[in-house]
Design a protein around this ligand. Sequence first.
Ligand code: SF4
Length: 208
Amino acid sequence: MDRFVYKIGDSLYVNLTNRCSNSCDFCVRNYDVDHKHGYEGYDLWLHSEPSAAQVCEQASAELDAHPEIDEVVFCGFGEPTYRMAEICAVADFAHARGLRTRINTNGQGSEINDRDISADIVDHIDTVGVSLNATDPDKYDAICHSVYGKRGFEIMLDFARACVARGGNVVFSVVDIIGDGEIAKAKAIADSIGAKLRVRKMIDGQDR
Ligand code: SF4
């Protein structure tokens, strides 16, 4: 049986898809090409994408076994916004159990779904983590290799702006290896949009 949820600290992570519109240089998937090593000890490669009911079944078992869990995070091995219906259903399940919800997204979900998903995200997700990664389209494309090319950067920023406009709690992330100058530019971008900025440590090549 594939693993649809996995626990790190007091958070339960939800793994909905292997698909992603980016191919980031630092993605953990690059370090697990044979899908045998997994992440944090978990094998996260999916052989089929789960239904919301399958996720909730595995989540219930983990929550019953670990009452300290206080947050559900949509993250996993791919870009979660490929599965919007499942995100909304599982987020409703999490809120009904008194848990907070968070997503880690590349911010390209509105393009992926061919509609503005910001309302669904803000309605269901308490913290919207968006991987900023870089400070302009050229640098972003050089690292993230979006299927949308250099447009991927603006698509991501537009999504963040739309979520902030709807009252969402948006937190951009960058990895500390980009250096102090780029971090300062990233902070200026976040401030201009009304988002927060989280500077993550580069650990095992992964920014999730
Ligand atoms: S790091 Fe995230 S956005 Fe980048 S390729 Fe991996 S799953 Fe996709």
